[in-house]
Each structure stands twice: as structure tokens, then as C-alpha cells.
Design a protein around this ligand. Sequence first.
Ligand code: BDP
Length: 674
Amino acid sequence: MWLQYEPITEKKVKDQYQRVLRHVVIKEDDPIILSAKNELEIAVKEMLDYEINWAEDVQDANFVIGNKKELAGFLEEGQRCLLADLADEGFIVQTINQKSYLVGNTDAGVMYGIHHFIRLMQMKADPSQLHIADQPKNQFRMINQWDNLDGSVERGYSGKSIFYQNGKIVKDKARIHDYARYLSSIGINSICINNVNVWEEETYFITKKYLPEIKEIADIFSSYAIRLYLSINFASPITIDGLSTADPLDGEVKQWWKDKVAEIYDYIPDFGGFIVKADSEHRPGPFTYNRDHADGANMLAEVLEPYDGKVIWRCFVYNCLQDWRDRATDRARAAYDHFKPLDGRFHENVLLQIKNGPLDFQVREPVSPLLGAMSQTNQLIEFQVAQEYTGQQIDLCYLIPQWKQVLAFDTHIKGPGSTISEIVAGNIHVYKHSGIAAVSNIGNDENWTGHTLAQANLYGYGRLTWDPSLSSQQIAEEWIIQTFGNQKEVLAKIEKMLLSSWKIYENYTAPLGVGWMVTPGIHYGPNIDGYEYSRWGTYHFADREGIGVDRTIETGTGYTSQYEEPNRFIYNILSECPDELLLFFHHVPYKYTLKNGETVIQHIYNTHFKGYEQVEDLMDIWNSLEHVMDNARFKHVQDRLYRQKMNAKEWRDQINSYFYRKSGIADQYNRTIY
Ligand code: BDP
């Protein structure tokens, strides 16, 4: 992926870096520092074909690396002040009088500083006069693996798990070690290594049967400054030890968890804590005992608290057994309806993990109104790097622009400027803990992510989580240069492909924010009515007159009332609602005219014809790179694009013919509709 370290051939750049790295000193007794040192050694050897000459004394070195405590006696006042202004994981890289300093507030900061320096080298930036002070915007920068012990990955599109195989934790942990390197290089600091759906055997991860091996994995991650979390089964006391209840207010249950947590920390002293999916999609939870989510989360929080452990409680809670035809049970309303009334009741070490949209990772959704709505409850936003609903790593869909749009959304919760980005950074409400989590997209495929270009989503997720002000284009450029080199043509063309891909995917799939229309179960390819008459609460309500979901206050489900003004007004009033989300919020006739001047039906036809053509354009761009691309990656992406074209064709034809038949309205340009 992006750590392949192609040799630098430009003599000038090579000389510059060799000069900076002439005599390097680094304090090296801690595992994180050792890993950081190792990273630098690998990168320098491969890119500069050069072995670092490690100096013993700071005085003799011309590049000084360490944390601020170790280097206290050698730093100038200005450097100390700079560091004091940065978060724990922050670092500086500076050149003063021909001498370079890379200093972290902590060892983790040193690690991030080294990765930053390596990135500069990959980008061939001039290293002779550096003045960098950097820190993460978000406290939690987390990855969730949805991996199962049998080796499968829920919503995994890149082969099997790198953690588990045939009911066992893998013996050879080389791939896990590499993954830790990748994650730390993009600033990730937390990982949960098992699926949020904790089925039978994974329940035992928190027992002696698995803890010794999980400890090995935790050690690997912790040497890269990444803390390990586990998803747990809320009914563990019953499953593991035959207790008669898992009621969170039961004394015996609480004692059980207390002992359990003590045992876990015996093995893994820096264990991060638990992720809990409770009372959701058939998973057990406090509702069984007439308790609420705060009761459930707080019980676990109390037992984790002495160890600085956290409870990450997911808000993907809705009734999946009940169709909705009345306003009270709109699935989009569910998270807010369940959790907002509980604000103020959660302990300080509980974080609520909230999906970016109110439904489920669709190509286009409004931002979840629960984000920011709880002023006294820590929150994490959850993205999905795995492309469950966005092409499953067969179709190209660079998701950074989508996430940037979400992060830039102004909730107005505390007046203008209350953006999601500031909320999850803990700057709007005073959250003790907050940040960003995401479902990973990696597996044991040779290229890690199924589609080679889907690596950009993992890379971009980390970079964005560290610094949400980076643009989609900047992130794409960094990734392309590190992955494919810096030839102008390659850069320009792949960048164009990535930046246009989300819109293209949206064009040929479900229109105007209505979502779904996917094949039930697998969620790839079109099936327009696949979920329409099922219980999952994901409808489009298309009939012969019109389409869309009425979520207004007056005639619909009232979902729009969950937003602050002016968003409530904008979404609630048909004439104000942005085109791209129109069918999420309103049911309209096919001939309703959009702000862009097209009717809804014509827009559906136009975008679907266009989306398919755009995929053909992507293929042409890629094909034009054959002469500059290695054969393996060229052929691989070419093959994926071909499959994407077939998928786009199916979507185009099914959507267009479905709406043509429903509405009876012909395409204004008389194109053939199958
Ligand atoms: C949905 C997935 C399902 C997950 C669920 C979740 O289809 O496999 O278990 O989300 O987030 O998107 O818990």
C-alpha cells in the first residue's frame, strides 16, 4: 500500500535527506520508540539506500529524535513552548542552526513525527528547513474490524480475516504487525479486533481461552501506540458462566463483570475497553430486563473506570422486527428517540458511537441529528470505510469527499459554526472523550483492500481523522504519490478518477437521497423493491404517482423535527430541501421540478444514463495509463472497472425501466430504456 518506499532517484533530493540523516540520535528503550526507529530505518534503507549512522550523544548528532521528557535538557525555550501548546500525541519537526529536531510530547508523538517525516520523504519535500508543529484534531481515531473467528469478515470485500482463521486466532501474526504499521502511519490510535455482532464463540474472547493470544495482538498494536478494544456480548454472564440473568442492575452480574475486567487487565494492562452493540438486530441488551441503555453502559463503565477503560456504546438501535407505517417508528428517528432523552445519565468513560447518517451508510444521507444533540454525553461518529453500500470494493468510490461533507455539516446546535468536525473534536460541548471511528475495509487479499484504489479510503480515513482540514484532493495526491510514484500523468489521472467516483456511484444507484434499492442481504447490485415490503424500515414508497419518504412534521414521520433550526426548516419545507436529499425527506410526484430545473423522473433517467457513461470514461482514463503502470496493478484495476461497468449497466437499466413502467412518463431524449 502506501508504505512501499520506492527508491528516490533524484540525486538532489537523495543528497538532501542523507545530509539531514547523517548522525541521528534516538532514545530507544520503549517499545513505541523502538517501532518508530525501526520504521525510520526501513524507510531510509529503501528510499535512500542508506543505513542510518546512529549517534550516541545528542551533541554529536545532527538529527535529534525523542520525547520531550528525554530531551528536556536539550530543547530551547521556543521549542518547549511549541510543544506545550500541543496535545499529548503532538510533535514538532524543526531545523535550528543546521540541526534537526523531531520531538514528541510523548512516545506516540515521536511515532507520529517519524511517520510525518517519512511522508515528507515520500513526497520528496525539501527537508533542510523544517518548521512543523502538528497534533491530531481528534482524541479517538479508531478502526473497527468486523472480523469473525471463523475467518469471515462481516461486510468484508478483501478476502478473509488477517486475525482469525478456521475458528482460531492466526499463529503467524506478521500481517497483523504490518497492519499496525499502516494504521499508525495514518494516525490511528485505537482498534477493536472483533465484529460488533458477537456470536457464540467470540463471546469467550474475554476468557482465559483466548486472552493469552489476544494479549499478543494487543502488544503488537501497543508498540505502535494503538490501544486494543474488544466487542462484547451483553449476555456474557449467562453464556460464559451460566448466570440466570444479564440484568445490568443485578449485583451478581455486576460482580461478574468486575471480576472479568480484572482478569482482562491482568493480561492486557493497557486494554482500551469494550464496544457494545446492544438491543440491535437481534443482539441482547438491557431492554430484556426493562433497563435502558444508560443502565447497561454505566454498569460496564463502573467496572472499567479504575483501569481507565472505556465503554463504546453503539447507537445503531432500531426495531428491525417492526414495519413502520406510523410516524413513531421511522427507522431514521430511532437513534435520536432512544438516546437523546438519556443525555446526562452516562458515565464519563462512556462514548456513544453514532453512524454518520440516521439509516445505514448509504451513498447519500443527511447527517444524523443525534450528533451534537447530547451536550453531556461523549460522542464518536462512525463511518464505514468498507464499501458495503458503495460498491463493495468492486466499484470505485473514493469516500473522503462524503466524509468531509459530513464533518463540515453545521448542526447549529450551539449557533453557527457547530460543525460535526468541531463536535467530535470536543470543541462545542465539553466532551471528556470523543472522536471518530470507522469500519475497516481490509482483509487478507494481497493488496489488502480488494480494489487497489480502495486503499485510498483507508489512508484517507486516517489522515482525515488526524486533520479534518485536509482537502479530498490533498489526501488523494498524498496517497497516489506514495502508492504509484509522482509522475504527473499518473497523478492527474488517478486523482480525477478518485475525485469523481462518489458522484458517479451515486448517479447510477438510488436517486436523490432515497437510498437502498440494493439486493437484500448482500447489498450489492440493484433490487428496487428488495426491501420495500420487508420489516427493515428502508423504503422508497414509489407508486405510479411519485416517490420518496415523507419525513416532515406536518404530514410525515416528523423526523425533521430532530434537527436544530435552520436545518429543520430547510429539510422540512419542500421548496427549501436540497435536491440531493429530496427523496429522503419528501414524497413528490414524478413531475416535480428540482432546483436544477429537471423533473424528478427526468433526473432519474439522466443521472442513470450519465452514471454508466462516466464509468466508461473511468475505464478510458485507466486504459490510457497502461504504458506507465505495472502490469499487475493495471490489469487488476482494469478488471474491477469492467465489473463496475456491468454493475452500473444493471442499475441503469433496472432503475430506468422500473420508473418508466411505474410512471408511464417517457424519457425526454427518447433514449432506449430496457
Ligand atoms: C449494517 C450491516 C450489518 C451490521 C450493522 C451494524 O449490514 O452487517 O451488523 O450495520 O452496524 O450496515 O451493526
